[in-house]
Design a protein around this ligand. Structure first.
Ligand SMILES: [Zn+2]
Length: 73
């Protein structure tokens, strides 16, 4: 389990976990989660109630395109 506040949607909680394992910092919302990369140059928000079934998948695909992404164990 992560140190962040659990996401209410299970699929998006899993997205947060993958970012965490890739070395990213997860900051709790009031409005959305803030994901900060290990190198300090990349950042993304993760919404609480996104529209679209592919939102989590797109967020992960974006993360994996960042040069500082390192695949978790
Ligand atoms: Zn980075």
């Amino acid at each position: 389990m992560g140190y962040w506040k659990r996401h209410k949607r299970k699929d998006l909680e899993e997205v947060l976990e993958v970012f965490h394992q890739a070395g990213w910092l997860i900051e709790d919302p009031p409005t959305y989660y803030t994901l900060k990369c290990p190198c300090g140059k990349h950042m993304r928000w993760l919404h609480l109630t996104p529209s679209g079934a592919n939102y989590g998948r797109n967020a992960l695909a974006w993360g994996r395109r960042q040069p500082c992404w390192r695949e978790g164990l």
